[in-house]
Design a protein around this ligand. Sequence first.
Ligand SMILES: Nc1nc2c(c(=O)[nH]1)N[C@H]1C(S)=C(S)[C@@H](COP(=O)(O)O)O[C@H]1N2
Ligand SMILES: [Mo]
Length: 263
Amino acid sequence: MTIPKRPVLTGVDGEAALFEARKLIVRQVAQPARRAFLQRTLTLGGLSLLTGCSISDNSGVEAALERISRFNDRAQAWLFDPAKLAPTYPESMITTPFPFNAYYGIDEVRVVKPEGYKLEVSGMVADKRGVTLDELRAMPQEDQVTRHICVEGWSAIGKWGGVRFSEFLRRVGADTGAKYVGFKCADDYYTSIDMATALHPQTLLTLTYDGEVLPPRYGFPMKLRMPTKLGYKNPKHIMAIFVTNTYPGGYWEDQGYNWFGGS
Ligand SMILES: Nc1nc2c(c(=O)[nH]1)N[C@H]1C(S)=C(S)[C@@H](COP(=O)(O)O)O[C@H]1N2
Ligand SMILES: [Mo]
């Protein structure tokens, strides 16, 4: 029996492919330690093993890494336990002041006017009339004290209150057999989540922070709060929600952050 030979890697293209792959790893892998490790240890042999292709062109490598990332999303979705709860904390542990974060500075926070605001609801839902803030406030509310984890290397405990997202989806007659729920925000931000996370009991469409109407910096009029997901998956200033089977991506996700984004 002969051992099959590894594909031959051509020098110049290989180096370029490796350079591209290392750059992609920086964007794909959130945790700094893992990222640093992968960047240091990724060799041409490792890259061809990882991507399963002979390293001759960069777009091939890029496409292969993209496939790995999508595979990784599916694996994370498969590992996600819809009944497992994220930790909750006593109110005495709330971080004060709670940090603000966005892709812009605090002086550019979007101020959405409550007058005339109506949440747009579209896609695979029975009721596309949209939902007003008063209607949302009239739905059953609950509070939760959980830890928000940002990939930029900070985490903080906060208290959010609002409507269980599963209840919201039920009320608008969402097809919960659909794959994704997408969000469009008042800034240029957008993101999307898997249906299992949308239906998770701790996923809340929040209208308050620490018992007060959500202030602009924390996402007025509403933030989708998911303690099972990293910070960038939690959209603030939500203007539109849609249910779909077409992969919607996200602001950071389209720049290489992991789409599943579990915490
Ligand atoms: N609309 C909108 N939502 C957003 C963001 C943003 O820039 N715009 N940033 C995300 C990121 S990366 C984080 S960490 C949290 C920060 O929320 P906070 O300001 O309440 O701490 O909001 C998320 N949701
Ligand atoms: Mo973040």
